[in-house]
Design a protein around this ligand. Structure first.
Ligand SMILES: [Zn+2]
Ligand SMILES: [Zn+2]
Length: 400
């Protein structure tokens, strides 16, 4: 090889490296909350992006969980386009507050993950119950030992304790170790919020074919039984270092893969909690909605294509997506009714609407964005990104 060949190879290497950097670097971050419309009294509302479930390194008795200090966790969410977050470590309360991160106000809701496993320090009840729930926005830490080891008792106690302390409870990852069954939630009528997406690799989101339902199916069955349960998507992040994304398949849980978009007038604790309680939010793993509107028994959903494209190009969002076979990129909007029945769907349209049929007590919408992956070898694969609206329930004509 002559010297000029070596030079050419060096130049080609740097051209390829620069081209890769241009293609692979994250797109512009959406940091300003998107306008969401106005309330009947004229007050403007916005979509605030938030994560309700993340761990931090809070050492107690030589024992800790997440791998980043609380301040680093706050900084990560702030720097990656979120407006609010919570640190929800196992049985350790983080008081939250408005944090001044790099000159911006960023809302930290108080949080803890109430954890009833007796493998955790300080948990004394009998049994192998692994029931976890996020206590969000409470004014003080909550108890995590229970007199009765039955699953519904523990869930009910989580919810009641969180509400008595001025906050809300979200039942986390029901398929983790397959600890929570449909009947357990039926027997805990107080529960109003459920993690339908938990980005931790051990959350068993898809269930086991044939004998364990997916979490989305569990949600459909709860709604079909007449329960009003809102669906939350959250990170359950533990690993904030650079290697976390690479190690996902080996059990690491990096941040940025699943979140909620909350519609509220102001970025303040009361507004966010009110919207969560009334179901005015949607869950996402990449799809950004322009609008969700429920009026006169018609549900209208609009996708924001530019922001969805930008969001799904962020490497921390991309890294969490599952891959599916697909010939091309596609957008599908589905309207889903009782027992998960698909009532109506559109293909490659950015908005759709559907009127609730008379035989359906409720419906919900799900948007799927299959984004074709570049492949040197022509394999047809796409990353799958989603948004899930909350269910909407039939409104009696006479009360409209
Ligand atoms: Zn957990
Ligand atoms: Zn957790």
């Amino acid at each position: 090889m002559t010297q000029s060949h070596v030079k050419l190879l060096v130049i080609l290497f740097w051209c390829a490296a620069i081209a890769w950097w241009v293609v692979a670097r994250p797109g512009p971050l959406q940091t300003e909350p998107l306008a969401a419309g106005t309330l009947p009294d004229g007050t403007a509302t916005f979509w605030f992006k938030g994560n309700t479930h993340a761990h931090a390194k809070i050492e107690i008795n030589g024992w800790s969980h997440g791998n980043a200090a609380p301040a680093e966790v706050v900084q990560w969410y702030h720097d990656h386009g979120y407006h609010f977050a919570a640190i929800t470590d196992h049985n350790r309360w983080h008081g939250g507050g408005v944090e001044d991160v790099a000159g911006d106000d960023f809302l930290m809701l108080s949080g803890m993950e109430i954890t009833s496993d007796h493998r955790y320090p300080g948990v004394t009840q009998d049994g192998q119950r692994r029931i976890h729930s996020t206590a969000l926005g409470t004014k003080q830490p909550l108890n995590w030992t229970f007199e009765d080891p039955s699953v519904p008792y523990i869930i009910r106690q989580h919810v009641t304790d969180a509400e008595n302390a001025g906050g809300l409870a979200v039942l986390n990852h029901p398929n983790y170790a397959f600890q929570v069954q449909f009947q357990n939630i039926i027997d805990a009528p107080e529960l109003g919020l459920l993690e339908i997406v938990n980005a931790h690799p051990r959350a068993n989101q898809e269930g086991h074919a044939g004998f364990r339902p997916s979490v989305e199916t569990l949600w459909d069955e709860l709604l079909s039984s007449g329960r009003q349960v809102w669906g939350v998507a959250a990170d359950d992040a533990h690993d904030f270092g650079w290697s976390g994304r690479l190690m996902r398949r080996f059990g690491a849980a990096p941040p940025g893969g699943a979140w909620i978009m909350v519609r509220a007038p102001k970025l303040q604790r009361e507004d966010i909690l009110d919207a969560l309680e009334s179901g005015d939010f949607y869950a996402s793993t990449g799809v950004i909605l322009g609008d969700v509107d429920w009026r006169e028994n018609e549900l209208r959903v609009a996708v924001n294509p530019a922001l969805t494209e930008a969001e799904t190009s962020l490497y921390w969002v991309e890294a969490a997506a599952t891959e599916v076979p697909s010939d091309d990129s596609h957008v599908v909007i589905e309207f889903i009714g009782v027992h998960g029945k698909r009532l109506h769907w559109t293909h490659d349209q950015y908005q759709a609407s559907y009127s609730l049929p008379a035989d359906q007590p409720y419906m919900r919408a799900r948007v799927t964005y299959l984004k074709k992956k570049f492949s040197f070898f022509g394999a047809d694969r796409a990353r799958a990104f989603y948004a899930w609206t909350q269910p909407v329930f039939a409104v009696n004509e006479s009360t409209q």
